[in-house]
Ligand binder design. Sequence first.
Ligand code: BGC
Ligand code: ZN
Ligand code: ZN
Length: 366
Amino acid sequence: MKAIVVRPPTPGVSFEDVPEPSMVPGTVKVRILENGVCGTDREVSAGRLLTARPPPGKDWMILGHEALGQVEKVGEGTSGLEEGDLVMPINRRGCGQCMNCQMGRPDHCETGGFRENGITELDGFMSETLIEQPRYLVVVPKNLRDIAILAQPLSDLVKSVDEMLHVQGRLHFQCEDYTLNCRRALVTGTGPIGMLVSMLLRTYGMKVYAANRREPKEVEKRIFSEVGVQYYNSSSGYGELYKEAGGMDVIFDTTGKADVIHSLLPLLRNNSFLAFFGFSSEGMMNLTSLDVQRLIFKGVAMVGLANGQKPHFERALWHLASWKTVWPEAVKMLITREVRVQEFDEVKRVLERKEEGEIKVKLIWS
Ligand code: BGC
Ligand code: ZN
Ligand code: ZN
């Protein structure tokens, strides 16, 4: 079968014929319809991601962890799925040893021995077909076909917002009317993750600011205006935002840049939550001991967040369904481009770098 192949840490991607895995009892065969491209795929392709390595015994790996497919064949001893079902694979597998992994939560693996498709020691989903056990597949409602690909990145964020609410359960986080309408959240970065988490935090009723170090792109303006998110140009820092809006209850960083994160510290309110979600290989921060004192006395919670699991995928799909009703334009605009896999030179360019105005790119197989 055809597949998009990487050989980390060697940079580069290629379109190759690879052996098709055989079906064993308890699995189904899925025909891949499309893949989403994520910043992580670009880091893997460039050989820059620390956790990127092929499966043991191989020097290559199929790329991709965002996929939508259709069940083509149901193997023996398989239940719960039928031919023709739309499905998405989840993209992290447990270590098989710790309790969290055994309970379906390898996003909290205790040993660090988990594997990730298309990233760490497991083939990814950018191939014509996929053989998978139903427990790793999420059924997708047919009328979400056009935007379902967003459910993988959104699953990471559903999990992350759950975690934020869980941690903030340490205080009375609700407002007087028991909503979250009085709580302010700042999202740094307006890539697909920044856009999706802004929408999700709005769904929870928070007042949301989204920042980038430039003027907003047309597509961002339109999305944020429909969703009710306020854009902030942070090219000269966050002083103006602080003056206008005050401190933040939640800051969700999607840039991963240490210097950006450092400049956010004065915005943190008492009992606030700072989420580290984005990762980058650039930047440096100079954290002083006085900064540490401030964080202590403000009671700031800082949490690193990655990876959603099956329940988060399922809820991500429900969010997408409701967004299709309340924010029909915005949700469609998140997918800025479709590229056919057969046009591999174009696929290569997409995997090399992000284009102006790009949010989510889909690779189309059939
Ligand atoms: C994926 C996550 C994954 C993370 C770290 C992200 O791009 O969407 O599910 O856990 O990368 O590898
Ligand atoms: Zn990703
Ligand atoms: Zn584990």
